[in-house]
Design a binder for this molecule. Sequence first.
Ligand code: UD1
Length: 419
Amino acid sequence: MDKLIIHGGSRLVGTVEISGAKNSALPLLSATILSSGVHTITNVPKLKDIETFLILLEHLGTKVDIENDGTTVKLDSSSADKQDAPYELVKTMRASILVLGPLLARYGKASVSMPGGCAIGERPVDLHLTALEKMGAKVEIEHGYIKVECKKLKGAHIYFDTPTVTGTENIMMAATLADGETVIENAALEPEVAELASALKSMGAKIEGAGTEMLTITGVRDLKPLNFKVMPDRIEAGTFMVASAMTKGNVLIKDCPIETLDVVCEKLRAAGAVIEIEEEGVRVKGDWPITSVDIKTNPYPGFPTDMQAQMTAMMSIGSGLSVISETIFENRFMHIGELKRMGADISVDGRNAIVRGVRGLSGAPLMATDLRASASLILAGLVADGVTEISRVYHLDRGYAAIEKKLSALGADIKRISQ
Ligand code: UD1
């Protein structure tokens, strides 16, 4: 297993380019199930989760060709003939659930291993299943698999109690080939959902209300293959913004989807960072002391839960007290135990973390526990005194493309060692 070794103390200075968004690429790959033919998706990030998803599509019978240093993916779904997502693939990536809606809509049946709990919480899929049932599907859980069947899905009125991102994506995809009109109320507003809607429309789907809380999808007979460029990753961009702000850096972030990062920018500015929009990208400059600010995660356009761990790391060296409230996932504070091993003063009370800023962190051996937690430990390592050694970095490889290379190019002393 690989480890990252970080010698803290370097300011980050220079230019970084943001890769395509993982959470957009995954539903786009899934959308190719909806139509037979050759699809091309560009600006695909080179990540473990994408590799896993491509293996899943290959398992379903799609031919996969990777070009342009891995960032262009051509998929020929003409001879796809399977409708199951096995446990071995689903257990490593919950987003595999995204094949459920498209498989059912296209082939009338699907069998997808039930995603279990994961490091950040229970993460149920009940809302996906209830919505499919409302559309006429027979849903059964058998031997750890979700089995769904319905010759032809029917349009339905769906209301999500909680705005679920992959749930909205799954049902939107399923509805594109259903009979009649489907209305999704309290749909997730995340930009990746709106991007999937544009992609589906480019395939011939009829969707109204993209980017709003109410989506109306009128089913069509069939869809054309997909040709689409993945949007840049707002969470990767946000992570580099925090990295620059925390290290007293001066970083120009190219391909930064700044329009999706309003609340993150607001919090970083309140913490003292300077954020300037330039012709070539977004420049983030940081300085100490870092002003402590409170953070509360919320569905988009609120503060993203996927940026909470990174901001917790930043607040651990803030000048005062910061309350971090996690409202989306019940167990997303696992980075805190590791940050405390570096000298951070944080106490957790239910879904709130009380962070008392300390003057500095000290390098320590650390264990990454989930994807965004790993990023927060890197950020802490960058400003810590001495050496930080992070193990279990496979979590990081699921969602950040070449992060140690990008950070090294900005002047960080970080290297990967394979064991
Ligand atoms: C997606 C993102 C993930 C991000 C999360 C929240 C992808 C591949 N992953 O995950 O990076 O952290 O959105 O922004 O896009 N819920 C239910 N029942 C359901 C579905 C969800 O109760 O059937 C709850 C969840 O437990 C959670 C909330 O709804 O509390 C939001 O979860 P959801 O938006 O579904 O997260 P994901 O789509 O899994």
